[in-house]
Ligand binder design. Structure first.
Ligand code: FES
Length: 104
């Protein structure tokens, strides 16, 4: 961990292209996405009810909640499809060499 809140969370190779995995960072449970060559992070818990978005269905740059099929835009966290109405919190991500870092 660095002082500015950046955490080394995963090897880039751990996340297949167009997939999502759950990571715990400093007590926060996040969903870490790989969309093509780009990496993103959001809160893992859906804003509608208790559901883990890392168990959801990633399509293009959206994630569908596995519980009631609400949809979020991954890069911005924007709630796109009912029943979700509240946006997801998003986190800054950067890749250094083979490692993925998230700022929490
Ligand atoms: S818990 Fe995610 S849409 Fe209901």
């Amino acid at each position: 961990m660095k002082d500015d809140g950046w955490h080394d969370v995963a090897a880039a190779a751990e996340i297949p292209e167009d997939d999502v995995m759950q990571v715990t960072v400093d007590g926060s449970v996040l969903a870490l996405y790989r969309v093509g060559d780009a990496f993103y992070a959001t809160d893992d818990c859906c804003t509608h009810e208790e559901a883990s978005l890392s168990d959801g269905y990633l399509q293009d740059d959206t994630i569908e909640c596995p519980r009631h099929q609400g949809v979020f835009h991954i890069p911005t966290g924007r709630a796109m499809q009912a029943p979700v109405t509240e946006d997801l919190r998003v986190y800054s991500v950067r890749v250094e060499g083979e490692r993925v870092w998230v700022q929490v």
